[in-house]
Write a protein that binds this ligand. Sequence first.
Ligand code: AMP
Length: 232
Amino acid sequence: MVPGARLIVLGKQGAGKGTQCMRLSRRYVLPHISTGDMLRAAVKARTPLGLEARRYLDAGDLIPDEVVLAMVAGRLDQDDTRTRGFLLDGFPRTVAQADGFDELLKPAVIDLVLNLVVPTGLVLARLVSRRVCEDCGAIYSTSTPPKLNWTCDFCGGDVVQREDDTEEAIKNRLDLYDSSTAPLVARYEALGKLVEVSGEGSPGDVANSLNAVIDAYQHGGGFFPPTPPEHS
Ligand code: AMP
């Protein structure tokens, strides 16, 4: 069992980040922080952040960096992430977010960045058929629906198509991925943090590959105790 870890899962929309993060979160008892889920919850609850964020989400545009950084900073301040670490899904999404996040995290550092690699044709097919639970974020598809009447198997919430899974918003999000998020791959590679994992295949197969990477890192002596402060 990993006692704690600071992990980022990168990958295009539809690469399987949400599905895999749910599995990893259970297996390694790591808090799963999905900025998309946090923003959708804020929109649903009609908080000031949600009212502001809604138009960005509907269009598939990125929320301003400082807004997302402040949201993540608040989440990192909670006890579970301080003691257990975290699994970040959908963040960082720009180089400015990655830089801001490094500052936030100091003196700790990211352990690993897992990049789920999937061809664009496959992510498009996955996004079009994707269905999600409005309440807990569990992910289904038209070919793997919940057991009963589009009601979530885990929490009983309504399972629906995401409002930003329209053709136009999907195209915008994939373009933004290429222009704003893809440069993070080189950034984390240069830092020696990046591991690429194929996101093709069944969720179980992809999970096995991710688990193998994490277990190997841990057996090499990675993860908590937390990185000591830089000053003595
Ligand atoms: P996701 O569920 O990760 O696909 O995110 C859904 C939407 O939330 C995105 O299309 C953006 O509008 C917004 N969003 C989520 N994470 C971020 C982020 N790190 N930076 C900016 N916008 C974000």
